[in-house]
Design a protein around this ligand. Structure first.
Ligand SMILES: Cc1cc2nc3c(=O)[nH]c(=O)nc-3n(C[C@H](O)[C@H](O)[C@H](O)COP(=O)(O)O)c2cc1C
Length: 331
């Protein structure tokens, strides 16, 4: 392997990689690496960045890489370029999650452009949302976004379902808050603002919800000292499920998750994650049962109209990318 400077002609590779690294990831671990050979980008899971306690089998890391893959596709199609993507292309290399090749031109639609623009604006917003309801048309667009990527988004619109989810969330949050290893991991990834290019900065943690709030949010940092704030009275909560729980199903679900999040961003919606119930096997099973046993819950999202939330930092694309000499054979 030899490192060579990024060829000037490869502006598109740069566009794709700059989009990829904006993907969300648990505790902002950014569990990805990229290898570039000519016009091909290989997306690899970075095992060293998989959360050992919260994400032992790397499921959430694969979702994050799926989101990075979707960002690359969206950035390219928004700029008039087609991408051919093969997921899990080599059975002998489980961490090679995808190969993306830039493959000619693409007739860009307004939706493509909007999704591409949203990549830079999307962020996790852990602050209270307003009580303005999300219109039916927007809800349907979110459901369609997941379906377009081969996953299912179930909106918990019946009060009983929302209450049941809230109970699972509280239970899982309680178990995680009592687990010293889990808490140590959260602390390791909670960072002072502006100090590191990964982790969740204190400014991105939301305020403490008032005691009678329906949803429990993950605690980052020292917000316990701040005043409690009322959160939206009837939150819109959605569960994203895959049809299989294999690595392939999880990478697909990550693409669907990102398409949902970017679609939400284009509609002016904010979103945050409520992963606690899918991170513990027992509550994940209970959640699956709540959804009628269909599909495998991969993540839970809270959606609504919020106010600006800060962006979190990323490691620059160059620092997570290896450029192969195009003539060199792949190992
Ligand atoms: C699979 C997955 C699970 C996540 N779970 C949570 C969660 O339970 N609570 C939370 O506050 N944020 C959660 N996040 C959000 C990340 O912390 C966030 O994406 C990361 O800090 C980067 O910030 P950004 O989304 O604003 O770009 C999750 C993200 C992903 C991809």
């Amino acid at each position: 392997m030899t490192t060579i400077p990024l060829p000037a002609t490869n502006d598109l590779i740069r566009v794709a990689l700059d989009a990829a690294i904006r993907a969300p990831s648990p505790h902002n671990t950014q569990p990805w690496r990229f290898e570039v050979t000519g016009d091909r980008i290989d997306v690899l899971l970075d095992r060293e960045r998989v959360l050992a306690v919260a994400d032992r089998d790397g499921r959430e890391a694969r979702l994050s890489c799926g989101a990075a893959i979707f960002n690359m596709r969206a950035a390219l199609s928004g700029n008039g370029h087609a991408a051919a993507v093969t997921l899990l292309p080599d059975r002998r290399r489980a961490d090679l999650l995808a190969t993306l090749s830039i493959s000619g031109t693409h007739r860009t639609t307004p939706e493509d452009q909007a999704l591409a623009r949203a990549i830079g604006f999307r962020r996790s917003n852990r602050r209270p949302f307003t009580d303005r309801p999300v219109p039916v048309g927007t809800r349907q667009a979110l459901v369609r976004a997941a379906a377009a990527e081969g996953a299912e988004l179930v909106l918990l619109e019946r009060p009983g379902d929302l209450d049941a989810l809230a109970a699972l969330l509280r239970h899982a949050e309680h178990l995680q808050s009592e687990d010293p290893a889990f808490q140590a991991e959260v602390r390791r990834w909670t960072v002072e603002d502006g100090v590191r290019d990964d982790g969740v900065p204190l400014s991105a943690g939301g305020p403490r919800p008032e005691p009678d709030s329906l949803l429990t949010l993950r605690h980052y940092g020292v917000r316990e000292s701040g005043p409690a704030r009322p959160f939206e009275r009837t939150p819109l909560v959605a569960v994203l499920s895959s049809h299989t729980d294999t690595s392939l199903g999880q990478v697909r679900a990550g693409q669907a998750m990102q398409r949902v999040l970017l679609t939400a961003t284009t509609a002016g919606l904010s979103a945050s994650f409520l992963s606690q119930p899918v991170e513990l096997e027992s509550s994940r099973t209970a959640l699956r049962r709540l959804l009628g046993g269909r599909g495998y819950p991969q993540t839970v999202l809270r959606l609504g109209y919020g106010f600006a939330a800060p962006a979190t930092r990323r490691r620059a694309a160059d620092t997570v990318t290896y450029h192969h000499d195009p003539g060199e054979a792949r190992s």
